[in-house]
Design a protein around this ligand. Structure first.
Ligand code: ZN
Length: 359
């Protein structure tokens, strides 16, 4: 009984969202697909066709999807970050993916890699699958601070890994402990952990870090340094020191057995090397110093804004060439650097659209 009522409430919310006209074209199509699923589920539920436990699971999945969709309305979504993430997806030939974003009320970044369609398709034959779905969450407080959202590059790295099977290929190529050091293996074994699973989780995290570093350089680690103050390893995540070490090696082009293994994995999946995919605009430093949004020449320079802007902020009051910046408080300076970065991305997005449409 409750399951049916709940499903009805979820349906109403999806319909309200659709009617609000605040969803883009892609999300509208996704919303239509979900409403189609809900109709089929309601019909089957009325005939008491499903186990209540399964209905509960389906409702939970749809409810979660609703939250991600709510955070993706044109009013709420941070367009500039999405522009960057969609560029990364295009780079990996994943442009058909539907990117939805939920805004968390605390300092929580995560990616939800499950697709409600996978579960629903087991209940409804011929369930119409939409494009692959990405559900990422980031703190609402950081909405207009792109520098604090570099972690989204890491989250999208998890999605690319899942879609392209990179870590799974690495495990098939070499199942030995590559992410875990000897003392960690002893530590996790003594706690009765599933050590194979730990190795896999750590590889996933390290790959996502490398992917983020490929696009936004050391800024991914600079951000992690602010939020991970314990430098501890756990079953799901490597320590910050390890993440920093491997990312540094990657950015310097140094050899490392795990980086090399990821390279081989990309190759057997028919993908190019990870490489450095950002470029630093020569104009960035001057523009920020003059309180102007930097002019961006190409998408590599858009990604390059993140390391440039982080570097600028770190030294904003340390140079005599920036007298006007020296009067600013750290928060004022941080707000300004973020605002100029956001504007630079937005300007580039507008120019790209304009060029696409033509004069
Ligand atoms: Zn992660």
């Amino acid at each position: 009984m409750l399951q049916e009522i709940e499903l009805g409430l979820i349906r109403n919310e999806f319909e309200n969202l659709k009617e609000s006209r605040f969803l883009g074209e892609k999300l509208n199509a996704y919303c239509d697909t979900v409403l189609g699923w809900v109709s089929a589920l309601q019909e089957a539920s009325a005939k008491s066709k499903y186990d209540k436990k399964i209905e509960n699971m389906v409702n939970a999945q749809l409810w979660t999807s609703l939250n991600y969709l709510k955070g993706s309305t044109l009013n709420d979504v941070p367009h500039e970050m999405l522009f960057c993430l969609n560029a990364v997806l295009a780079d990996w030939k994943l442009s058909d993916s539907v990117l939805t974003t939920a805004q968390s009320q605390d300092r929580d970044f995560h990616i939800n890699l499950s697709n409600p369609g996978d579960l629903i398709s087991k209940l409804i034959p011929k369930c119409d699958f939409p494009a692959p779905l990405i559900r990422v969450a980031f703190p609402e407080l950081y909405r207009h601070h792109p520098l604090l959202n570099v972690a989204l590059y890491h989250e999208i790295g998890h999605y690319i890994d899942k879609e392209k099977g990179i870590v799974s290929a690495s495990l098939a190529l070499n199942g030995e402990y590559m992410a875990l050091a000897g003392d960690e293996i002893r530590h996790f074994k003594s706690r009765g952990a599933n050590i194979v699973k730990v190795e896999e989780s750590h590889r996933c995290e390290l790959f996502a870090d490398l992917l983020a570093a490929a696009y936004c350089g050391p800024s991914i680690i600079q951000f992690l340094e602010h939020i991970d103050l314990n430098d501890m390893t756990c079953e799901t995540h490597p320590s910050l020191s390890k993440r920093r070490k491997i990312t540094d090696k990657f950015l310097k082009g140094e050899s490392d057995p795990l980086i090399d293994l990821f390279g081989e994995s990309l190759e057997i999946r028919g993908l190019g090397p990870l490489g450095i995919r950002y470029a630093i605009s020569a104009e960035c430093e001057r523009a920020l110093t003059s309180f102007e949004p930097p002019t961006i020449a190409n998408i590599a320079e858009v990604h390059g804004l993140f390391p440039s802007a982080w570097e600028f902020y770190k030294n904003y009051n340390k140079s005599d060439t920036r007298p006007s910046w020296q009067a600013l408080s750290p928060l004022q300076a941080f707000d300004l650097v973020n605002d100029l970065t956001e504007k630079a991305i937005r300007n580039h997005d507008i120019i790209m659209r304009w060029n696409y449409v033509g004069p």
